[in-house]
Unconditional design. Sequence first.
Length: 184
Amino acid sequence: MKKPALQFIILFISKQTVNNMALLHKFFLVEREWYLQSKSSEDSLQLHLELEKCENLPNRGIKDAVEIHDDLIRYMYDTLKWVPTYNTANRKFDFFINLYGITLIDKRNAVWIKNIFNAWASLFSYAPEHFELTGGYYTIEGKEEGGYEIIKVDRNEIVITLKKIASFAERTMESNMLILHNGI
């Protein structure tokens, strides 16, 4: 079988080197009361925009935040579909993380986030310091061949990020906090 001549490489971008154009998912640890007040005064789009502006934490009820690149979320997405969540756009409970909007995770379903993100962190902790994952398949218009994206990952960085999201879930389970996921 002939290997595709084209290769598309995606880097796992560190928080320090992120530019505004990167496709990043943001996970926020927020006070429940803050969210309820925001929910009553703003629609889902306004809340999405408000979360996008949060650079200096803590901001009002936002206690902490972490970002993860869309390519890693998509790599893990099949397991994220197991998580019972609340989709703020259509105002219903479902089983997935909204890739393009806000998803709410409360203390009732934080255990899934904790266990899934800890499991991924544990798995990746066995990888070499720098490793590659196979991403989605792509084609280029006008070309007959395509290829798979290559996601380059820094093991230590992704393990720390995943464990931090799991710690948000732990804090959510133990206190009056929520996790808000803001998709790309």
